[in-house]
Design a protein around this ligand. Structure first.
Ligand SMILES: [Zn+2]
Length: 349
C-alpha cells in the first residue's frame, strides 16, 4: 500500500521552492480612513520581500474635486446625478522612497492635505532588489461632501476595479448622532470618528482573530460612508432623505447608532441587507463583523446549543437579492461568529 499520496520528492521540492520564494508583497492603507472635513491624511504603503529585500516604493497620488457627475451630462442642463462620485480637476503628485541595505520590510508614507469634497486616489508600487515589481490596485477615498448630497462617500474604494467583483459595504449614521449633541459639535464628525475606529478594527486589524477574514480579504471590499437619513431601533430600520438612494447601490448597509438596544441584522445573502451596530459598545468592530455576517452573507447565529446571541437578533429578509449571481470570496462564507476567539458571547448556551 502506498503510504504517500504525494511523493516525498514532490513535497521536498515544494518546501524548497517555498523556502526560496522571493515573493514581494505590498499592502496599502490611509489614516484617517475618512473625515468629512479638511484634514491632513497619511497614505502608508508597506512592501515585503524576505529573501532579497525592498529597493524602492512609489506612491502616485491624484486629488481633485468630488462631484455627482452632473458635469458629464450628455444634454447640457440635463441632470445626470450619480450616486457613485466623479472627480474633476485632477492633479497628480509622485512620492518615491528608496532604501539602502535591502530591508526585508519597508514602509513609505505620503501626507495629503484634503479639503471637503476632495477625492483622493493613490496607486502604490514596490520594487525588490532583484528587480521584481509589484503594484497595488488603486484606492480612492474622500473628504466628504461640502453639503448634504446624494453621493456615496468613498472610504476605501477600488475605483478602477469593476464593482460587480467587489462587495460594497455602506456605513450610515443613525439619527441619534444628532440627539443630545451640543449645537457647536458637528454630528456627522462624531459619526465619522466612530466609523474610522470601527472599520479600522474590522478591515485593518492583524491582531484580533475575529478580524482576520475581513482584513485578509479587504481587496474584495469597497467601503463607503452614507449621508444622514438612516434610523435603527430594535429590528426596525428605515432609510429616508438621501440615504435610500445610497443604500440601494450597496450590497449591505450598516447603521451605526449610539443609543442602547440589542443589535439586529437581516439574514440576507447576495446583497441588499442591513443591520445595526452599536458604536458605543466596547467591541463595535466585532459587532460589525458579526452583523454583516447576517446581512452580507446570509449567515444565521450558530451558537452551541442552537441559542442566539443575547446581543443580536437576526431577521429573515424578503428584500430582493440584487446580485444573486455575484461571487463572494470563499473564506467569509464561514459563520462569522465562529471566528471570534473565545466564547462567542457570554450567556450564549
Ligand atoms: Zn447574530
Amino acid at each position: 500500500m502506498q503510504r504517500w499520496a504525494v511523493s516525498p520528492v514532490a513535497i521536498a521540492t515544494l518546501l524548497a521552492v517555498t523556502a526560496l520564494c522571493a515573493c514581494t508583497t505590498i499592502s496599502t492603507s490611509h489614516d484617517p480612513l475618512y473625515r468629512a472635513q479638511a484634514h491632513d491624511s497619511e497614505i502608508r504603503v508597506t512592501a515585503q520581500n524576505m529573501q532579497v529585500g525592498i529597493a524602492s516604493i512609489s506612491i502616485e497620488v491624484t486629488t481633485g474635486a468630488m462631484t455627482d457627475c452632473s458635469e458629464f451630462a450628455v444634454v447640457p442642463g440635463m441632470t445626470t446625478r450619480s450616486i457613485i462620485p466623479c472627480r474633476v480637476g485632477a492633479a497628480v503628485t509622485s512620492n518615491m522612497c528608496t532604501f539602502s541595505g535591502a530591508p526585508a520590510v519597508a514602509t513609505c508614507t505620503a501626507r495629503v492635505p484634503i479639503q471637503t469634497s476632495t477625492m483622493v486616489t493613490y496607486v502604490a508600487s514596490a520594487v525588490a532588489t532583484n528587480g521584481q515589481a509589484i503594484k497595488a490596485p488603486e484606492i480612492a477615498y474622500s473628504g466628504g461632501t461640502g453639503q448634504p448630497e446624494r453621493i456615496a462617500r468613498p472610504v476605501y474604494w477600488h475605483r478602477q476595479l469593476n464593482r460587480v467583483g467587489r462587495i460594497d459595504l455602506g456605513v450610515f449614521p443613525d439619527t441619534d448622532y444628532r440627539t443630545g449633541t451640543p449645537v457647536f459639535v458637528d454630528p456627522y464628525s462624531r459619526f465619522t470618528a466612530d466609523l474610522d475606529t470601527i472599520l479600522d478594527g474590522a478591515f485593518f486589524n492583524t491582531t484580533d482573530l475575529f478580524a482576520n477574514r475581513y482584513t485578509g480579504d479587504r481587496q474584495f471590499f469597497n467601503l463607503w460612508a452614507g449621508p444622514f437619513g438612516a434610523n435603527a431601533e430594535g429590528c426596525t430600520r428605515t432609510f429616508t432623505g438621501d440615504a435610500p438612494a445610497v443604500s440601494a447601490i450597496m450590497d449591505g448597509s450598516a447603521i451605526l447608532h449610539r443609543n442602547a438596544f440589542r443589535d439586529c441584522g437581516s439574514i440576507t445573502g447576495g446583497g441588499g441587507g442591513a443591520g445595526s451596530v452599536d458604536a458605543s459598545a466596547s467591541d463595535p468592530s466585532w459587532l460589525l463583523v458579526h452583523e454583516s455576517g447576517h446581512f452580507l452573507f446570509g449567515l444565521s447565529d450558530e451558537y452551541a446549543g442552537g441559542a442566539t446571541s443575547p446581543r443580536c437578533r437576526a431577521t429573515t429578509s424578503t428584500r430582493r437579492r440584487r446580485f444573486a449571481s455575484r461571487r463572494h470570496p470563499g473564506p467569509v462564507r464561514r459563520p462569522v461568529s465562529a471566528v471570534k476567539s473565545g466564547p462567542p458571547v457570554s450567556g450564549a448556551s
